[in-house]
Every structure is written in C-alpha cells, then in structure tokens.
Design a protein around this ligand. Structure first.
Ligand code: ZN
Ligand code: ZN
Ligand code: FE
Length: 726
C-alpha cells in the first residue's frame, strides 16, 4: 500500500497583464480559487491583476491553467507570470483593495450592451427598466470614461455619481454580475438624459436631425429611409458624397452578410461593417450615393437600443462633425459646433473623457480602428527598449505609444488639416501618456515635412526617428503578424514622401522592420498642380495619356499643362494610376474626399471578369501608362466600361505579382497601403501571389490606410533600437 500522500502547502504569486480590470476578473479568480480549495487574495494593480494563492500543488497547477482558459469573455490576458513564494498559512480568499503601481494600460475598450443588461432594459419589472445608462462587468463604457488607472470608479467620469444603496450592494457583492462594475448606475443615482426621449423620437420620425451623445463623441442621426432628411443632413454637414453609416437592429434586412461579418456586427466591439447592400433595402439613396455597399452597425449603448426600438426604423448615425474634423466630444463643444446642423441635442450628464469614433471594417480588414478596439494593445515583434511615441501621418491620423513589446494605437483622430484636429492630436496624446504613465524618449515620424504630425515630432525634446511612409505601411503589416521579416512588401498607396524627394506610392520593397530597399515601383509621372491633381483625377489621366502617346480629351489641359514647368512633383502613387483610369472612363474627374475616384472605379469593376492589362517593366519602373493606353484603346473600340475597369484593376495587381516573382525572394509578401482598402485589388493580389507560391500577409488588425502608419513607425523605431550601435 502506498504511504499516505504528504500534502505540502505551496504558495504562488501570479501577475496577469492585459485587459483584466473592470471585466469581472477578480470575482472570477475568487470563484476559481474556491473551486480548487485554495486560500489567498487577488487585487488590481497599476499594471494588471496580482493573485496569490496557496494550497496543494496539483490544485495550484489546475488553478493556473484555468486562469487564462476560463477568463471572462471581456478579459484579454496578454501575459501571465508565476513565482513561488513563502506560504502564509492563510484561510479563505480575499479581494484586496486596488493599489497604484507601475504603469500599464489595463483598461479595455468600450463594450456593447450585453444580453443580460439588454433583458433588464426592456423588463418592466426591473429597477433599471428603460434606463439609458445600465452597464455591468461584461459591458458598458470603459476607455472613454477612465481618467486614470487603476480602473476604479473614483477615477472615471462617473465619480460624480455616488452609488445609491441598491447599486452599492450590487457593486460590493462578489456573486453579483455588477461586482466592481465601475460604470454602473441606476435611475436613482446615475446620469440622466438632457432631453425627453419621446420628444427625440418624435423629432426623428418627423424627419429632423438629432445630435446624440454616444460613448466616445456625438453622432448626428436621422431617419435613414427619409430622402429629404438625409439630403438636409448632407447639406448642413457639408458632406456631398461620402457614405453615411446606418444603425439598425436588423442588419440582415439591409445588407448581405457572411458569417464572419455577422459575428463582427454582433461582437462587443460593434464596428461599422461595410457589406453589400441588399436590393430594395429600405434606405434612402442619399445615404450611400451610387454605392453597392452600405456601412451598417448595431446599437451598442442602452440609449441606442431605446432610440432604435422607439423610432422603429434604421437611423443614419454619422460622426458629429463637419467633413473630416475630429468628432465633437464635450457638451458645450458639440452644441457650438453642431448648432447649425442638428435640430435638437439628446445629451446626458455623464462626461466623455476621451474621443473615440466608431470603428469600420470591410472584408475582415479594419479601415478605422477606434471604438471597441482602442486601446487594446498590439504586439510589437521588436522590443522598444525606451518608451516611444509614433506621430503617424496626416490623413486618417492616429498616434501610437509603445513600450517593451506592446504598442497602443490611438483611436481615429481624423485629418490633421484643421487647428481643431491638431489640438485633438495633442490633447489625446497627453491623455494616452497620462493613462500609460510614461514619457516618450523616442519620437518616430513620417519624412513628409508638410505633415502636422511631423512638425509636432520635430518640436519634441526626444530622440527622433524618421520613417519612410511606405516602409511604415509595410512594417505595420509585418508587426501585426508578429514577424520581423525579411519580406517583400507590395505597398499600393496614394502618396507618401520618398527619400529622393519625389512622392512614392506604388512600391515593391524588400524590407525588414528596421530597413528597406526599393525593388520596383510604378513609373513616376508629374502631378500637374501638385495637391490640385489629387483633387482632380483628370489631371492624372492627362499625364498618363501623354506618356502613352494618346490624345488628351480634357479641355483644361492646354492651360493646366503649363503647371508642369512650375508645380508638378513626381509621383509613383498607385492611387494616381487608378485616378487616371477613373477619369478616362468618365467615372469622376474631380473628387470631394480622398480616394473617391478609385472607390467608384472599384464599384464600376464590381466582379466583372477580365484579363489583366499588360504593364511593361523598364529597369525598376513598372510602366503604369501601359494600363491607361490599353484602357483608352478599348474605350475607343467600344468595350464595356465595367470590363475596362476590371482589366485595369487586374493589370495593377498582376504587374506587382509578377515583380514579386521576379524578385527571387524572400517568399513572404506583405500587402499594405490605402489602395488595399480596394477589395478587388486585394483579392487579385492575394490570389496571384498565392499562385506564385508566396506566403501572403494582409492586414487583419490594423488599417492598411494611413490609420496604420503610426503603428508601423513604432515597429520600425523599436527595431532600430535593437540594432547594435553603429
Ligand atoms: Zn451588461
Ligand atoms: Zn443606483
Ligand atoms: Fe499611405
């Protein structure tokens, strides 16, 4: 018979980092310890959660493996470390008070209203029936209400709403799903609406425009089926073509959804999902003029749920701003800035601490990584030995803060073309640095001297790291896949500053995180009038047609051509080639938002089958004008425009796939740049490169557009820190 097993008591300390505060992690740990018969304690710290448990060794092992495996759904464990410590002979298990400590952002993104809270919202017997601010540990605001860490109510914007006795009892009961839910509230003690909800609903149903205070800023809402209301909103917002998003409780009725998209729409992040519009969907034509796509999102706050249910119809839900300014956040700011747009303001007295616009996803690719996703950290495959800030680009601005092997991208800030946007950049960065409690020692920036982000970087008292725009795009894609390279990178973009002083944007790079080499690129052609050529795609068509020895059909060319002598920077941008084809086909000769001509060219091409137009190579240069010549000749011959558009898309993709094959290695290709938002180009490149036997990495977590630049800059700067000093 075996001797009776000697039970030895062990004690272990676990340190858990990631999104582990305000998500029910401590009660989960306590329940887990109870289940395994372990004593000890758990507490929040400045960097995450600390657990000490003691008991039998096997039980400790089982406890340790369940800590990550069974963690609450809203939690995300980045790292778990354990150490053996001296047993203390404790009995029972305690939840210890929070203590501040070393910095790390343990606050998670804002989460959509959970099913349990939703049931209460519409349960006439619940004390929170129709209360627009209910929340629990599994849902509600976080990032947008947190002022400082550790994440506790006193450090949120709800600090001014002391809990009533009922809420306090829930908050302090470890068995309650609101145990330490920092954002909880009820009609007796919590925030209130500034306007009667019934009046707001009446206004919407009558075709009015309502400003609605959301989680990370104000929205403008109107009846999505009301053509006149939508037209009024467009006129007042000074936005003539760019699509509006539609909030609906039944997305399936408006768009065709793949299983992945459906899951994304209902996920706690609740992004706007761009999906194919259903034929006959009850949405005004003015919501997304001419587009076969529609951006839809489901309600994500209790207030949205109430509005949608009472209005009984889908609502346009667009950022509370004019054109591409940052979204309005403060109540006074919103009332001032949106006064000429909104007919009424549905606000409330829970302050928003941080701006955070809705995220946007298309075909699994984030086009805007913001509410619901920020500030979740991303891995950095190179270690940032010193804290760094990457300033990002100019359009679709984000910044990125990094330390060690983690990076945190800011929410979407909009374009840095206005004073308001530049103020938002500085203010939001200060908030981030305060949240992370760090001071940057290194600042990474774009090479473009005209970017406001570059100008900001150059004023900082820190070591500066300049990162070429398209290297940053490529590095962002490498880094989000946790790889350092070397790899080939196809970066198809609008414009970015090249080290040779020309504008780059149709690039095949051979790179790793720290460095790059230009292997091939679209032939650089002049941009007559500089920036003006980006707003007027017909100018790109003219230079491509001239290069292709074809007549230029645009009347103004005779005059504009003179600008070639004075203001015509050279550009290899893939966006300009798409612009040229779009203008040639009569799709659009002038644009009202970035990339509009290329976007509409993609609509025209749709899924039309076509062989690629051939594109010669001369040295490093791919002759993009060949594509325009073929398009011109086909158009003259009467070929359907959709086929021409399709052949041009395929031609661009085929030219770069061939150039990759000719490069002879490495065998991994990353795809990035603004043109990779174009699903036709992305799919064609992926298919062709896979056919050539390449491993292809595409963006899944970070935007391929300039919203991902800051993260790429951070990855490059971190990789360069790792290099031995020269
Ligand atoms: Zn909830
Ligand atoms: Zn209460
Ligand atoms: Fe770019």
């Amino acid at each position: 018979m075996p001797a009776t097993a000697q039970t030895t008591v062990e004690r272990r300390r676990f340190e858990i980092t990631g999104i582990v505060q305000g998500v029910g992690f401590r009660p989960f740990v306590r329940a887990l310890a109870d289940r395994h018969g372990l004593a000890g304690r758990v507490g929040n710290t400045g960097w995450g959660v600390e657990v000490e448990v003691e008991g039998d060794g096997d039980a400790l092992d089982a406890f340790a493996s369940a800590l990550v495996r069974e963690a609450p759904a809203a939690a995300h464990v980045d790292r778990l470390t354990q150490a053996v410590v001296e047993p203390r002979g404790e009995r029972g298990f305690a939840i210890a008070a929070s203590r501040a400590g070393d910095a790390a952002p343990a606050v998670g993104p804002d989460l959509a209203t959970c099913d349990d809270c939703l049931r209460e919202l519409f349960d006439p017997h619940d004390r929170r029936h129709r209360y627009p601010f209910l929340a629990c540990t599994a849902c509600g605001p976080r990032f947008t209400v947190v002022r400082a860490l550790p994440y506790d109510r006193e450090r949120t914007t709800l600090a001014g709403f002391p809990l009533c006795a009922d809420c306090r009892a829930e908050y302090e009961d470890p068995a309650d799903r609101r145990f330490h839910a920092e954002a909880i509230a009820c009609p007796a003690c919590g925030p209130r609406l500034s306007m009667d909800l019934d009046e707001a609903v009446l206004l919407l149903r009558g075709g009015g425009i309502l400003a609605v205070k959301g989680l990370g800023g104000w929205h403008l809402a109107c009846d999505a089926a009301d053509e006149e209301a939508v037209a009024r909103l467009r006129a007042r917002k000074a936005r003539d073509a760019k699509a509006f998003a539609v909030m609906t409780a039944d997305a399936e009725a408006l768009v065709e959804l793949e299983a992945e998209e459906r899951a994304l729409l209902r996920s706690a992040a609740r992004p706007i999902v761009l999906a194919r519009r259903r034929h006959g969907a009850p949405v005004a034509a003015g919501v997304a003029p001419g587009s076969p796509w529609l951006g839809v999102l489901e309600p994500y706050t209790p207030l949205h749920h109430l509005l949608l249910r009472d209005a009984g119809r889908p609502l346009v839900m667009t950022s509370g701003n004019r054109s591409d300014e940052p979204i309005a956040v403060g109540d006074d700011e919103a009332r001032a800035r949106l006064a000429s747009i909104a007919d009424a303001f549905l606000g409330h007295d829970r302050p928003i601490h941080r701006r955070c616009e809705d995220s946007v996803v298309r075909a699994g690719r984030p086009l805007r990584r913001s509410r619901g996703l920020a500030p979740a950290g991303l891995p950095l495959p190179a270690v940032a030995a010193r804290p760094l800030v990457a300033a990002g680009a100019q359009l679709k601005s984000t910044f990125c803060v990094a330390r060690g092997d983690r990076a945190w991208i800011s929410p979407h800030l909009g374009d840095l073309d206005t004073d308001g946007a530049r103020r938002a950049f500085r203010a939001d960065l200060e908030l981030y640095l305060a949240m992370l409690r760090l001071r940057p020692e290194v600042v990474a920036h774009d090479l473009h001297p005209g970017y406001a982000s570059t100008a900001w970087a150059l004023r900082q008292d820190a070591e500066l790291v300049g990162v070429q725009h398209h290297h940053a795009h490529a590095a962002a894609c490498l880094a989000e896949h946790g790889v350092t390279g070397p790899a080939l990178a196809v970066v198809l973009d609008g414009t970015g500053y090249g080290p040779d002083g020309t504008l780059w944007g149709g690039e095949l790079l051979h790179c790793d995180l720290a460095s790059f080499e230009r292997v091939a690129h679209l032939e650089a052609l002049p941009l007559p009038g500089g920036e003006q050529a980006i707003r007027e795609p017909w100018r790109s068509a003219a230079v491509h047609l001239e290069r292709a020895d074809r007549p230029v059909p645009f009347e103004r060319w005779a005059l504009v051509r003179q600008s070639l002598a004075v203001n015509a920077p050279l550009s290899s941008g893939a966006g300009r080639l798409l612009d040229a084809v779009a203008a040639l086909l009569g799709v659009r000769s002038a644009v009202s938002y970035e990339g509009q001509a290329a976007v509409e060219l993609e609509w025209l091409a749709g899924a039309t089958a076509a062989e690629p137009y051939a594109c010669r190579r001369a040295g490093d240069a791919l002759i993009g004008a060949d594509v325009v010549r073929a398009a011109h000749d086909d158009l003259a011959a009467g070929r359907p425009r959709a086929q021409i558009a399709a052949a041009a898309h395929e031609g661009l993709a085929a030219a770069f796939a061939t150039a990759c094959a000719e490069a002879g290695g490495p065998r991994t290709v990353v795809l990035s740049g603004g043109c990779l938002q174009n699903a036709r180009i992305a799919a064609s490149l992926e298919r062709r490169l896979a056919g050539e036997g390449f491993a292809v990495l595409t963006h899944r977590r970070v935007p391929p557009n300039d919203g991902g630049i800051s993260y790429g800059q951070a990855a490059v700067a971190a990789a360069r820190m790792e290099l031995p000093c020269a």
